[in-house]
Design a binder for this molecule. Structure first.
Ligand code: SPD
Length: 281
């Protein structure tokens, strides 16, 4: 029997997929977790009834979260991932031999366990890579306690700004990121849909501009997310988003599904309505 899984927005839109099978359904201490097989998008993860990823297009999301930061940061030795319990971001980060250690701080151990079991291609070899250290903890508290300049790359791979991930968009959290980032470091975060969550997207850029010298939003398509258009933000204390290290990009191009030299530069071109809003900000 098939079941429809819907992400409902503002009580006026629903983005649904027909599932052929429910592999996992539970309510953890933090959220509702569902993993389902869908006809078109393959296996997919929902948290609190919001689509988090699908096998069909998770690489579009994870490659764009990880690689712009990792191809531009001069020495990306120490990487911190907040969230990312499915393992997809860690998998992309660990493609870079310059990375010596990755700390992944995920609040919900049940997400990690369910994804390891039902979505093994997400983490792939990352879970067994000796460079990866997993800690189940509150990401905001972890960062608030992190020593200054302790990470070269920080990647925020949280959910939408409701429930446990809401704090990841706050001014306080973003300023903890700024202080935990090394002077030559890069922060990248998922920043919602530039159309359906335009206010969150613009507010997050404005908050980051208070603390970081370079703030560059970038864009891509993740079809399983409502509306398809998605965004991330690159922020640093001076490292530039538009000067990727050629050798690193070239090395990645055989392994990635979406990311390459051209998509790196194209991603950093905002639509005109965002350009206008940013000029006025
Ligand atoms: N609308 C969903 C936004 C979720 C972004 N994070 C997804 C986690 C995938 N690692």
């Amino acid at each position: 029997m098939s079941i429809w899984y819907d992400e409902i927005h503002r009580d006026s839109m629903r983005f649904g997929l027909k599932a052929t099978q429910t592999l996992h359904s539970s309510r953890s201490d933090f959220q509702k977790i569902d993993i389902v097989d869908t006809e078109v998008f393959g296996r997919a993860l929902l948290l609190d009834d919001l689509w988090m990823l699908s096998e069909l297009d998770e690489r579009a999301y994870h490659e764009l979260l990880a690689h712009p930061a990792l191809t531009t940061c001069p020495e990306p030795s120490r990487v911190l991932i907040i969230g990312g319990g499915d393992g997809g971001t860690a998998r992309e980060v660990l493609r870079h031999p310059e990375v010596d250690e990755v700390t992944l701080v995920e609040i919900d151990p049940e997400v990690i366990a369910a994804c390891k079991r039902h979505l093994p291609t997400l983490g792939a070899g990352a879970w067994d890579d000796p460079r990866l250290h997993v800690q189940c903890d509150d990401g905001a508290a972890f960062l608030a306690a992190a020593p200054p300049a302790s990470y070269d790359v920080i990647l925020i791979d949280g959910s939408d700004p409701v429930g446990p991930a809401a704090v990841l968009f706050s001014e306080e959290f973003l300023s903890s990121c700024a202080s935990a980032l090394s002077p030559g470091g890069v922060l990248a975060l998922q920043a919602e849909s530039p159309t359906l969550h335009r206010d969150v997207h613009l507010d997050t850029i404005a908050r980051l501009r208070q603390t970081f010298e370079v703030v560059a939003p970038y864009y891509g398509v993740v079809s399983v997310y409502p509306g398809g258009a998605w965004s991330w933000i690159y922020a640093s204390h001076g490292v530039r988003h538009d000067q990727p290290i050629e050798a690193r990009v070239a090395r990645l191009e055989d392994a990635t599904e979406h990311y390459h030299r051209g998509t790196h530069h194209a991603a950093f071109v905002p639509p005109n309505h965002i350009r206008r809003a940013l000029r006025g900000a």
